[in-house]
Design a protein. Structure first.
Length: 170
C-alpha cells in the first residue's frame, strides 16, 4: 500500500517548511491547483498562493503546475503566477509529472509534488520516485464521485497512521 502513502502529510501549503524541504534536497516543486492552492471556484491565485510560490523561488525551489483540469482554468492561473503549467496532466500517470521535472531541469528524485488527492497527486509522485506531499483538501462543493474517492482516501490514511504507530512502538 505504500505507493499510496504520502511522504509528508500537512494541513495546507501554508504549513510547509520550505527551507527544510530545500535542505532535504528538493530543488523543484510540482503544484496541484484545485483544492490544494485554491478551491475549485476561485479562478486566480490568492495573495497567500503568490507569497508561497515567491518563497519557493527565494529558497531556490522552482515551481510548475500540473493539473488534471482544463487548459482555460490552468492557463489563467499559471499566467497570474508566472509559472509553466501542464493542463490535463493525466495524474497519476507519470508523463505529465516527468515533463514538469524536465522543464524545471530538476531530477525527479529532487522534485516534490504537492496535492490534495491520494489517487492522483500522491500516487503519481510516488510512481515517479518524487517526494509526495499531501494536503487536506480546501473546502469545495464536491460531487458524488469525489465523495467515494475521499472515502477510500480515509481508509488509506488510517492504515498509514496504524503503520506509523506500529513503527513508533517497535
Ligand atoms: Mg486537487
Amino acid at each position: 500500500m505504500s505507493v499510496f502513502y504520502p511522504k509528508l502529510y500537512i494541513d495546507g501549503f501554508g504549513d510547509l517548511d520550505i527551507p527544510a524541504l530545500k535542505a532535504r534536497g528538493i530543488d523543484g516543486m510540482v503544484l496541484d491547483i484545485d483544492n490544494t492552492l485554491v478551491p475549485y471556484h476561485v479562478p486566480t491565485p490568492t495573495p497567500e498562493v503568490i507569497a508561497f510560490v515567491e518563497e519557493l523561488k527565494q529558497n531556490g525551489i522552482s515551481a510548475v503546475i500540473a493539473s488534471n483540469n482544463t487548459g482555460e482554468r490552468v492557463e489563467l492561473f499559471a499566467k497570474a503566477l508566472g509559472v509553466f503549467a501542464i493542463h490535463k496532466a493525466g495524474k497519476p500517470l507519470p508523463g505529465g509529472l516527468l515533463k514538469c521535472a524536465k522543464t524545471m531541469g530538476v531530477h525527479r528524485k529532487h522534485t516534490a509534488v504537492i496535492g490534495d488527492q491520494i489517487f492522483t497527486d500522491v500516487l503519481g509522485a510516488n510512481l515517479c520516485g518524487m517526494y509526495s506531499i499531501l494536503v487536506k483538501p480546501l473546502p469545495s462543493a464536491e460531487n458524488n464521485f469525489f465523495k467515494v474517492k475521499r472515502y477510500f482516501e480515509r481508509i488509506i490514511l488510517k492504515q498509514m497512521k496504524k503503520r506509523d504507530e506500529k513503527h513508533a512502538a517497535d
